[in-house]
Design a protein around this ligand. Structure first.
Ligand SMILES: C[C@H](C[C@H]1O[C@@H](n2cnc3c(N)ncnc32)[C@H](O)[C@@H]1O)NC(=O)c1cc(-c2ccc(F)cc2)cc(O)c1O
Ligand SMILES: [Mg+2]
Length: 214
């Protein structure tokens, strides 16, 4: 009976992190990924940029596309004010099950709503399901060829308001060229590139922060 990498990542959290201490969960995952096995978390270097943007936006409603093991969910939720929420979508049920336990270990269940499903199916249902008008911050970290269609879908569904922030991971590696082109050319967005590195490596990658101008 062989474990999966997400299962081994969760074990490392349960072994090395303190229950209810989100920062120790973040640290335990980064240590596991640096010392034991690479995993596709946003990581510590890009994670600091994510922290800066979250702190600056101070969002009430966050949408995360692509939960994976919940690393960035924990990074985001640990910085939110009391009644703020992260809604995070993950379509792989095995990854979602691990993420649920990582988020619980961090003690952040009350700030996080994890949905097992595909962004394309769920974005149109967000308003009715959660009684919200728009997202203050969207963290795009799912299939890179879904960044652009899902951004257009969020626009069409009226989920972005003047000042909503899109923050996209991996715009260089693996890359989201059509998305980058769109947000950088469109007069509806003010875009900024934060140069960094692919998690736990020296390969170039970066985050693109785009403000929806409405
Ligand atoms: C896509 C994955 C992240 C997760 O997203 C879920 N997902 C997908 N599409 C949907 C949807 N439409 N709705 C909901 N969830 C969805 C999935 O199941 C994964 O768990 N992320 C990556 O593939 C990823 C890959 C790399 C990477 C870089 C260099 C390499 F040599 C190899 C890999 C780095 C990163 O930083 C990533 O983020
Ligand atoms: Mg990523």
């Amino acid at each position: 009976t062989h474990s999966t990498r997400p299962q081994r990542l969760l074990s490392a959290v349960q072994k090395n992190a303190t229950r209810g201490d989100p920062s120790s969960v973040v640290k335990a995952i980064d240590q596991f990924c640096r010392q034991k096995e690479w995993a596709m978390n946003v990581g510590d270097e890009k994670g600091c940029i994510l922290d800066l943007v979250v702190s600056e936006v101070n969002p009430t409603f966050v949408l995360e596309l692509g939960t994976y093991c919940g690393y960035s969910t924990v990074r985001i939720a640990r910085l939110l004010p009391p009644h703020a929420k992260v809604i995070t979508l993950e379509f792989n049920p095995d990854f979602a099950a691990i993420a649920h336990q990582v988020i619980a270990w961090a003690g952040l269940e009350d700030k996080v709503h994890l949905i097992v499903g595909a962004s394309g199916d769920w974005i149109p249902k967000m308003k009715e399901q959660f009684g919200l008008n728009s997202f203050d911050l969207v963290f795009l970290d799912h299939w890179k060829d879904r960044y652009l269609p899902d951004t257009k879908l969020m626009e069409e569904c009226g989920l972005l308001r003047q000042g909503s922030i899109l923050l996209a991971d991996n715009v260089i590696c693996p890359g989201a060229p059509d998305y980058l082109d769109y947000v950088r050319r469109s007069s509806q967005y003010e875009s900024q590139y934060f140069k960094s590195h692919l998690e736990y490596t020296k390969v170039e990658d970066g985050l693109e922060k785009s403000i929806f101008l409405g």
